[in-house]
Structure formats: C-alpha cells, structure tokens
Design a protein around this ligand. Structure first.
Ligand SMILES: CC(C)(COP(=O)(O)OP(=O)(O)OC[C@H]1O[C@@H](n2cnc3c(N)ncnc32)[C@H](O)[C@@H]1OP(=O)(O)O)[C@@H](O)C(=O)NCCC(=O)NCCS
Length: 181
C-alpha cells in the first residue's frame, strides 16, 4: 500500500467528517450520538482552532488527491506538564482492513513523541470494539484496565477499555511493531 500522508483538519473536510460520523460503522464504536449535524461539526471545529490541547488531522494516501481522505484522527487532552495525550482514529467506511488504521496510528504516535515530546499516549475503546483493541495491541499499546459501566451509549451502560503506550516502549525497534501490507 502507498504510504500515508497527514495534514491538519480543515474546514473543507467537515462535510466528509460529518458524513462519516453519521455512519453506523463509526458512531457505533465511538460514543458519538447520531444524527450529528453539519452545523454542530462546524461549531466544534471553530472551537478546536482556539484549543491548544488538541491536534486533529486527516490522512490521505501518497499519490492520491489531497481531497481523497482515507482516515481522520488526532491527539486530544494534550497535557504540557504530564506530557500525555489521548489518541483517536477513524477510517473511511468501506476502507477498513487495509492497513490504513494501523498506519495512521503509527503516524500519530510518531508525531506525539517526536513533535510534541509526549511521555504517554493512551486511548479508550468500547467493550464491543475488539478490532480496534487488537490493532492497538499489535502496535505496542498495553491493556491498562476497564472502566466498568463508564458510559451510557445506545440505551445501555457500557465498559470502556484503556490502552496506553509509553515513550520508552514506543522507542523499541520498529520491526517489533511493523504493520502488515
Ligand atoms: C478500528 C479502525 C480504526 C481500524 O482501522 P483499519 O484500517 O481497519 O485497521 P487495519 O487495516 O490497519 O487493521 C485491521 C485489520 O486488518 C488487517 N490488515 C492490516 N493491513 C492489511 C492489509 N494490507 N491487507 C489486509 N488486511 C490488513 C490487520 O491485520 C487487522 O486484522 P485483525 O482485525 O485480525 O487485527 C477502524 O475499523 C475504524 O475506523 N473503526 C471505527 C472507529 C473506531 O472504532 N475507532 C477506534 C476508537 S478510537
């Protein structure tokens, strides 16, 4: 597969983001409550521009048009003193299982550790999201526990699983966490 390129999320990406967040394959896993309105997404984006504690990106494939976005993701709750951040990622519906999520996650971790000088990157997944947990585990994230009944989502209380990778663990030789494809 072509290598993955990242750029900051722009206003012109919002219709696509809004469309994806309303897709059951994404909102079912991400504690997003549909329908998500486009105006709501635009309002959210305006606030992010002033928010120093997050960086949101879109991902494209090398050689493709910059508008052909294959994934979106970012680092949120970036904490300057504790040097930690939470990672999120979602892949274009219909394009999963091709290594895009893994590559985008590796890119975000490299960015977090080299550009932001983080010490720790962590994330949360819902109890049904085994696919995402496997992906993160393969890349070196360790299971850190379960927050039982932590969120009310689609009519029930669900567990949230925490995974994290420390800077010292991420610096292991790349071949130990090479992604397929
Ligand atoms: C979770 C998510 C990000 C994974 O993205 P993805 O692009 O499917 O991830 P990858 O393709 O890198 O890896 C997924 C699987 O495809 C396999 N795979 C990776 N590269 C591959 C390739 N080139 N060809 C075929 N299979 C491949 C992986 O081995 C993995 O297999 P597994 O399910 O047995 O572990 C995506 O499903 C998604 O957007 N889900 C909804 C939102 C979400 O849950 N986000 C996570 C919470 S923050």
């Amino acid at each position: 597969m072509n290598s993955i390129l990242a750029r900051r999320l722009e206003a012109s990406d919002l219709p696509l983001r809004h469309q994806w967040l309303n897709d059951p394959s994404i909102h079912g896993q991400m504690l997003v409550s549909p329908p998500v309105g486009l105006a709501e997404t635009q309002q959210w984006f305006s606030k992010t521009l002033l928010n120093e504690s997050r960086r949101d990106f879109v991902f494209t494939l090398d050689g493709a048009a910059p508008t052909e976005v294959v994934a979106m993701g970012g680092l949120t709750d970036i904490h300057p003193r504790h040097r930690r951040a939470e990672l999120y990622i979602f892949v274009r519906p219909g394009m999963t299982g091709r290594g895009i999520g893994s590559r985008a996650t590796v890119w975000l971790c490299e960015y977090g550790y080299s550009e932001l000088d983080l010490h720790r990157i962590y994330l949360h997944t819902t109890d049904l999201n085994d696919a995402a947990r496997r992906l993160y585990a393969r890349l070196g994230f360790k299971d850190e526990g379960t927050l039982r009944g932590h969120a009310f989502h689609r009519g029930r209380f669900i567990d949230r699983h925490v995974q994290g990778v420390l800077r010292s663990e991420w610096r292991k030789p790349r071949e130990e966490r090479e992604v397929p494809g």
